[in-house]
Design a protein around this ligand. Structure first.
Ligand code: SAH
Length: 448
């Protein structure tokens, strides 16, 4: 069918849905048009800017009737920054929109018809992030450090990011001042020259412990002793100053070489009565408060007792298993990143919990594990589980699988496979780990 609109056309749209990028969806004679910054309930005049086979994209020229869910974004750069996609939507409506993203993906891709619990939101959905990853651009002496604009590598700067806590904003300011004063050359993606590519800041226990990771193209950065000395002097509560070298022409933030420049090798975060060491390259959930909400869901689902064998696959620094299956008779974690496995072992010891951690791809490692688990916890990255992993799990026939996912689409694909192999979905509980963004985390409990 020929699309009913062409590039350059103007039309008036009623926005009725939201896509997975947080863009409004309207229809022209049934043909879907995606409109950035439009939200359900808006009626807007738009201009079509591109046409694909299945959908078009358009920009808002004028909002005729704003949605009742529209609010003024409190951040002055919310319109230009790619960090948040939904600041212009009332928070309770954000939660409803996220729930419909989950319902839609699980139904359309996964064939899941079960009811889905309402998303658990935050009482105070600001300053929640314990980590910021900031790209660097600009010129030596006047670096720009901020976030990428949507669908672009233009760096948008800000005075204070409202989803980051004070400790991270303050640390970023000190790094900006130091980089300008001590002539740190910003990296240029185009020419693959310059030095500082990304600044990664972590804060644990409300800024009581901070970590800074400087990502640079070459070793030149760490020869700038004045800059490094300035950071160690000026950043309060700096526990870890680390350097990561990424000399590749790539969009990946990190390269393979990481070194501690000052301080110790990990910061310590607390969840409930447990303490976790987090080293520079290890994954840790970015919203500490909601992490406990998420893990509590998992704990209730796992119901681990002294005779149970629990596998925590994609375990990172061991957090979910150590929190949710601490009473299991046997807990085995599998994780790819060596540093994270070291952290996981240290964390088990530190908290007096007995657990085994194995380094490797979960899909390779579990073939060599002799026992049959009662419960398997899955928490893969956005791309979901490897198909080999799912096939092996179907053969292991664990009574229960608790699947934690940050991507409803791959979650739905994997749940479909498990449903075709003997499992039924018992419960789906989304948790808002990322207020004002389009992302949503889910816990799905499956039983045989
Ligand atoms: N469960 C942890 C980590 C979840 S993030 C937590 O809640 O903090 C996903 C983790 O999976 C990351 O630590 C990543 O390094 C790891 N990972 C990615 N691919 C993997 C694979 N094929 N096998 C095992 N671990 C993997």
């Amino acid at each position: 069918m020929k699309p009913p609109v062409a590039v350059g056309d103007h039309c008036t749209l009623d926005v009725t849905g939201l896509n997975h990028q947080g863009e409004g969806i309207g229809r022209v004679h049934g043909f879907a048009v995606f409109v950035p910054k439009a939200i359900p309930g808006d009626q807007a005049d738009v201009e079509i800017i591109s046409i694909k086979k299945q959908y078009g994209r358009a920009l808002i020229r004028q909002i005729r009737h704003p949605s009742p869910y529209r609010v003024q974004p409190p951040c002055p750069v919310a319109e230009r920054c790619g960090g948040c996609q939904l600041q212009h939507v009332d928070y309770s409506c954000q939660l409803e929109l996220k729930q419909s993203l989950v319902v839609d993906a699980l139904d359309r891709i996964g064939g899941v018809k079960q009811p889905i619990e309402p998303v658990v939101g935050m009482d105070y959905p600001w300053q929640y992030r314990n980590k910021g990853q900031f790209p660097v651009a600009g010129e030596t002496g006047s670096p720009r450090i901020g976030f990428f604009a949507p669908r672009s590598h233009e760096v948008v700067t800000f005075d204070r990011c409202l989803v980051q806590p004070d400790a991270i904003n303050e640390t970023l300011d000190i790094i900006k001042t130091g980089a300008a004063r001590f002539s740190v050359a910003p990296y240029s993606e185009d020419s693959h020259t310059g030095e500082l590519r990304h600044v990664v800041i972590r804060s644990a226990r409300n800024g009581a412990e901070r970590m800074v990771i400087l990502v640079s193209r070459s070793d030149n950065l760490i020869r700038n002793k004045e800059f490094l000395g300035y950071l160690t002097e000026e950043v309060p509560d700096l526990k870890v100053l680390a350097w990561n070298k990424n000399s590749q022409q790539t969009n990946a933030i990190f390269g393979s070489h990481t070194e501690i420049l000052a301080g110790t090798n990990a910061i310590v975060e607390r969840i409930d009565d447990l303490e976790f060491f987090i080293s520079p390259r290890s994954f840790f959930q970015t919203n500490t408060l909601q992490t406990q909400v998420l893990y509590e869901e998992v704990r209730l689902a796992v119901e681990a007792g002294p005779r149970d064998v629990v596998w925590d696959l994609h375990c990172g620094i061991g957090t979910i298993g150590l929190y949710a299956a601490r009473d299991a008779g046997k807990l085995v974690g599998v994780e790819l990143i060596t540093e994270a496995v070291d952290d996981a072992r240290r964390n088990a010891n530190h908290n007096g919990i007995s657990a085994d951690f194995v380094q490797g791809h979960a899909e390779d490692v579990i073939a060599g594990l002799s026992d049959f688990p009662d419960t398997v916890i899955l928490d893969p990255p956005r791309k979901g589980c490897d198909s080999r992993l799912l096939r092996q799990l179907a053969e292991k026939k664990a009574a229960r699988i608790v699947y934690v996912s940050c991507n409803p689409a791959t979650l739905a694909r994997d749940v479909k496979f498990l449903a075709e192999n003997g499992y039924t979905v018992q419960r789906v509980q989304p948790v808002d780990m990322f207020p004002h963004t389009v992302h949503v985390e889910c816990v799905v409990v499956l039983e045989r």
